[in-house]
Design a protein around this ligand. Sequence first.
Ligand SMILES: NC(=O)c1ccc[n+]([C@@H]2O[C@H](COP(=O)([O-])OP(=O)(O)OC[C@H]3O[C@@H](n4cnc5c(N)ncnc54)[C@H](O)[C@@H]3O)[C@@H](O)[C@H]2O)c1
Length: 368
Amino acid sequence: MNAAAPEGGQRRLRAGVIGLGWAGQQHVAAYAADPAVDLVALSAMEEHLLERFGTEHDVPGRYRDWTQMIAEAELDVVSIATPTFLHEPMAIHALGAGVHVLTEKPMAQTGEAAARMVAAAQQAGRVLDVSFNHRQRGDVTALKDVVDSGVLGKLYYAKTGWIRRQGIPGLGTWFTKAESSGGGALMDIGIHMLDMALHLLGEPAVTAASASTHAEFGPLGRGGSGFGVSQVEEGAPFEVEDLATAFLRLDGGGTLLLESSWAQWIPHDLCYVTLYGADGGATIEWGGDPAHPHQEITVWTEVAGMPAELQPVVGEDGHHAAAVASFLQHVASGDAAAHDGSLALRRARVLDACYASAKAGTEVSVAH
Ligand SMILES: NC(=O)c1ccc[n+]([C@@H]2O[C@H](COP(=O)([O-])OP(=O)(O)OC[C@H]3O[C@@H](n4cnc5c(N)ncnc54)[C@H](O)[C@@H]3O)[C@@H](O)[C@H]2O)c1
């Protein structure tokens, strides 16, 4: 870590980004736009991306070797936006060098790996955050305000999903190899919906999962998208699921249904979270026909004894910029213990239980 550590946010933080695919580029843009940050180093395998983003944002440090970057660049904070199997070794190494870490989702391929990352953050006394950028959407923050107002009453049931018509990222890349990704649609996009739903529900513990996984498109070479295809290996196997469903039991008796697919016979892609409470229900939904995409937020409740349908006003979407800003606030707070990756670890353990349940064909308890 930079020897002159910031006191009370006086000095600009020195930031680095590892990985310059779509995700890494969002982190680069967020740091570059933040006047409290100096983006001083980038690391990636692609020379042309190092050159392009290094030049565009005047970044002096450009490294093919990320360990060299950590050793030389005197970073305060680093974002890790590399294939999922690299999150654990990169985060543990950076934390050990005294650098605060924001890693991309999913945190790691397994809960065990995620737990080792949390232990490293606790030992180093540094912040470990995971980029759950979708919870920074304007409709999600509006719905969270609705929930927190108490208008829905006790929440006891929720449904969430991200389903794609034809959206397998890079058939034949690390995304579709089990060892590198840890899983398919559930690990890649289901995790965002799980995060949003648990966040909106007030962080109930998930106690058990009953899940199923399917691979009907990928193994036949169907359902691919143009996205994430930069590192395709010819003949690479499709080893993960392209559809997953889960029934999750929540502490306190509630239930959450989760579905995610990379490819499925549906008219168009769709994302949604629907909450059911004792005094009201609410839904957010986005996606639809690409020619006419929609974004909806609706609350059903009673006002003055009459059934009422409300459409809350939605603010700006925050996305990655807000996820990076939230990470930087956690760093500035000086309270690393409150931001040690434990929340993301709980999500990783839910996914572990889902995959174990799908394999065993029975309900599985979630480890805590
Ligand atoms: N939060 C989101 O909305 C979102 C969206 C897409 C991807 N992601 C996540 O971000 C991560 C990366 O996804 P992507 O789509 O950008 O992947 P990608 O394959 O397009 O890019 C990966 C990047 O990592 C770099 N990299 C790989 N090995 C490296 C190494 N040893 N040293 C330095 N750099 C290395 C590559 O050079 C490349 O620049 C994944 O974990 C993915 O799940 C998150």
